[in-house]
Every structure is written in C-alpha cells, then in structure tokens.
Design a binder for this molecule. Structure first.
Ligand code: NAD
Length: 480
C-alpha cells in the first residue's frame, strides 16, 4: 500500500511514532494508502525547522519568493492529471471536476499570491505640518494552516500561498481524510527548490496534530478552515495565547428564488449549487426558498433534473455525483435524511444509498436528495448537513424569506435569483452573510474578501485581506 510521509525541513520523513492511519478510497470503501499518525513531537520538529528557515525566507526579496512559488504552480500544472486522479481517489469527487476546477484553482491560488507579493504595498498617513506615519508590514513568523477534506488541495493552497508569499514559514496540516495531494505537493516543493523548513506538512489527526499546532507557543497565527465546533475549540485554546486567528467555518446557505428570475439559468445553477462535489462545498445552497407562484413549476423541473444526475465511479467522465468522502460522513448525512423524515419532511427524490455496479459497489454513495414540507426552524433546516441533500420550501413575501434566510446560526453565503435589480440590492444588504451571489453561484474573484459572519467564521481570506492577516502592521510616526 502506498505510504504518505510528512514533509519536514525539506525532507519526506516518517512520523516519530512510526504509526500510520488507514487512508480510504471512498468510492470503493477500501483502505488504499497509509497516512502518518503524527503527534506533537512531529509538530515540534516542523516548528523548529520553520523557525530556522524564517530568518532567510522573511528577508528574501519578494520577487525571489515569487519565482519559487511560480515554479511550484508550474509543476502542479505539469502534473495536473496525476493530481486530479489522486484527489478523486482520495476524496470521492469526479475526476473531471478535480481536473477542470480544483487543481487549476490550486494553481491559481499559488500564482495569485505569488505575484501579489510583488505588488503588496503599505500605507502612509501624513499629518500636515506635524508628522508622517507609515505602516510597516512584516511577516508574523511561523504560522499554522489547518484545512478540511472537501476541497483538499484547493483549500490547502488557499492558505499556504498567502502565508508563504508574505514571508512566513508554515506548519500545515491537511485533513487526515484526504492527505494525498498535500503529500504530492510536498514532492513538488522539493522539486521546485523551496528552501528547507519554509513549508512543513505534518499529517495526522486533528486532536493530535491540529491541537499541537494550535497550542505551540512559537506558532503565532492560525488559519483554519473546517467545522464550527472545531473552530470554537481552536479559538478556546488559542485565545489566551493571543494568537492571530482566521476561522472559516460551516454554513447553511439560503438560495432565494424570486418568480421573475431567468428560470432556465436559475435551474441549471441551482443544480450545481445543490450537488456539486456531492454538496460537500461550504458554499452550496442547502435551503432553497422559492416564491410561491413558481413553486410547483420549480419543484417539477428540479426533481426531473436531479433524478437524471449520473451517480457512480468518480473516475468516469460521465459521473456527476461521486462518493461521500468518508464512512463517518456518509453515516452523518444518512442520519440527517432520517431526521428530516422524523421531522415531517417528504423525500421527493434520493434519500438512499447507491451501490454502483463494478469496482464501486461497496463505496459510500448517496443519491442526490430533495426534501419538502419542513419548517424553516427544524433541525434539518438549521444544522449543517454538508452532503447531497437540499430542502425546498415556498415563500410569500420578501420579509418572510429574509426571516427564513437569516434564521440560522450561520452566515457564510447566500444566492438570490431575480431580474429586479432594486430587490436584489435590497436583499443583498439585508442578508446576514459574508458573501452574496446574485443570479450566479461560486463565481469567484480571488481579490474579493472571502468568509462568513455569525458562526460561519471570523476574519476574511482572499486578496489583500489574506496578505494583511499574514503580516503584522507596525506604525512608525516621524515628527517633521
Ligand atoms: P473539521 O473541523 O472536522 O476538520 C478540519 C481540520 O481540522 C482537519 O484537518 C482536522 O484534522 C482538523 N482538526 C480536527 N479537530 C481539531 C482540533 N481539535 N484542533 C485542531 N485541528 C483539528 O472539518 P471537516 O469535517 O474536515 O470539514 C468540513 C467542515 O468544513 C464543514 O463544516 C464545512 O462547512 C467547513 N468548510 C468551511 C469552509 C469555509 O471556507 N468557510 C470551506 C470548506 C469547508
């Protein structure tokens, strides 16, 4: 079985414990590789390597850091087929999606921040006749980046790229459920000539490796993406140490459809926003609210298209819905479908496990599921499911749907469908979320602030927000 190694001080190394975790292919339900079961000793080695590398990396001219990062991006591009297949096998997503969406996005992340550093400038605040202030922005030191399993390389690079570009050294932990592409990235970093210790990747469990990173006194900032509960635990541990924190957490995003929308465009995008990546994207719209006058039209058209979605082997080009990333998550999603029934919901389609013929017959597949008849405040409509499950419900007025939309503890993203520009602006201003899409979904410009409000997170990623997070501002005031 293929073995994954940690990447510490420029080398691929075994975990100190010598122990490994089984890493599963969710499309077959079988273990196919071994992931290091690291602990705080590996985090300590990684942190020491990062501290040692920091001196030289932090003062390296931005254009030189940029050049190394662009080399990494180029090598990812050269190996896109291998990485896309690895991501698909590790996570369960269709390979075509990894190849056309996620691995290219990982490349963009590294290119975006690798070039941003050449344009990152600071501010000056003159006090005419008295003084001039200028702000120095220096890298923080050693920072921790902890990422989830749903978009493995995409979200891993979204964190480490701005951290490295702005001159920090990194101790990073990918999810233990999807460690493979981070391991392949480590090999690429070696090939690209990234100086030893600048990036260190420690694989293993959250409770061991993640908390050791959070608690390490020399790791001065944590950029975390994952569940709200884990985010709360990280905040609890890190707050007394006054670490800088960026927390990108869960969501329960509303998708609001007004009767005057462009119906066909809306329908296609709503299929995507409901079920892309098996619904395992924090930005997926899981609560669909439809203006009552088009409710039945929407319901019939939507169900017909959902039923036609091809579920099966993620390696096939025709597959639209792949496997659920882990057995534990599969069971969680299935339990929410049961809960929805107990709460009085009607399953209009899906709701069942699927066992495709052939090599994937024991994989963890769930048919895309649409449920109606639930109140806005039941658990199914309040808690994050994070799978191929959406609820649909009619609404009568703008005020009512705003109340539905804003009723959860989350506030990550919202989608609004209407041709009425005034209504769209009004809704966008009133929705409590960090991101609003109008007549589109998942259209991303890497310069825009990314993140949520309420229990969906603290802080913003993307563009200058990320570069500012990974630097420490210092004001210098000179009396004239
Ligand atoms: P998770 O919180 O279980 O794990 C995320 C990462 O944290 C993993 O690497 C895990 O090993 C680590 N971890 C677990 N316990 C830890 C601890 N005590 N201390 C430190 N690290 C720990 O989340 P997940 O199940 O991997 O991912 C799904 C969640 O991520 C969903 O809630 C989803 O909405 C969220 N998510 C949010 C965004 C966003 O941008 N807001 C993006 C993607 C996913």
């Amino acid at each position: 079985m293929k073995k994954i190694f940690n990447y510490i001080n420029g080398k691929l190394v075994e975990p100190i414990s010598g122990k490994y975790l089984d890493n599963f292919d969710p499309s077959t339900g079988k273990a196919y590789s071994h992931c290091p079961d690291s602990d705080e000793r590996d985090v300590e080695l990684a942190t020491q390597a990062a501290l040692q590398a920091f001196g030289a990396w932090s003062v390296l001219a931005p254009e030189k850091r940029s050049r190394i990062m662009l080399r990494i991006a180029e090598l990812i591009e050269k190996n896109i087929d291998e990485l896309a297949e690895a991501e698909s096998i590790d996570q369960g997503k269709p390979k075509w999606l990894a190849k056309n969406g996620e691995i290219p996005r990982a490349i963009s992340n590294i290119r975006f921040f690798g070039t941003a550093i050449e344009h990152f400038a600071s501010e000056a605040h003159p006090m005419p006749g008295h003084a001039i202030n200028y702000t120095l922005r220096t890298p923080i030191g050693v920072v921790g980046c902890i990422s989830p399993w749903n978009l493995p390389l995409y979200l891993f690079t979204w964190k480490i790229a701005p951290a490295l570009a702005s001159g920090n050294c990194v101790v990073a932990k990918p999810s233990e459920i999807t460690p493979m592409t981070a391991y392949l990235l480590a090999q690429i970093c070696i090939q690209a000539g990234l100086p030893h210790g600048v990036l260190n990747i420690v694989h293993g469990l959250g409770e061991k490796v993640g908390s050791a990173i959070t608690l390490h006194s020399q790791i001065k900032a944590i950029s975390f993406t994952g569940g709200t509960k884990t985010g709360a635990e990280i905040a609890r541990l890190a707050a007394p140490m006054f670490k800088k924190l960026s927390l990108e957490l869960g969501g329960k995003n509303p998708n609001i459809i007004f009767a005057d929308c462009n119906f066909d465009k809306m329908l296609e995008e709503t299929l995507r926003s409901s079920f892309l990546n098996q619904g395992e994207i924090c930005l997926c719209g899981s609560r669909i609210f439809i203006e009552r006058s088009i409710y039945n039209k929407f319901k019939n058209a939507f169900i017909e298209k959902v039923k036609a979605r091809v579920i099966g082997d993620p390696l096939f080009d025709t597959t639209l819905v792949g496997a659920i990333a882990s057995k534990m998550h599969f069971e969680k999603v299935m339990s929410y479908i049961e809960l929805a029934k107990q709460e009085g919901g009607t399953v209009l389609c899906g709701g069942n496990q699927v066992n495709p013929e052939g090599r994937c017959s024991a994989g963890w597949f769930i048919a895309p599921t649409v449920i109606e008849g639930l109140s806005f405040d039941c658990r199914t409509n309040q808690e994050e499911i994070f799978g191929p499950v959406v609820t649909i419900a009619p609404f009568d007025t703008e005020e009512e749907v705003l109340m539905f939309a804003n009723s959860t503890e989350f506030g990550l993203a919202a989608t609004i469908w209407t041709e009425n520009l005034t209504l769209a602006h009004r809704m966008a201003a009133e929705i409590k979320s960090g991101i609003v899409w109008i007549n589109c979904w998942l259209l991303r410009d890497l310069r825009t602030p990314f993140g949520g409000v309420k229990n969906s997170g603290v802080g913003r990623e993307g563009g200058w927000e990320a570069m500012r997070f990974f630097t420490e501002p210092k004001n210098v005031c000179i009396k004239l």
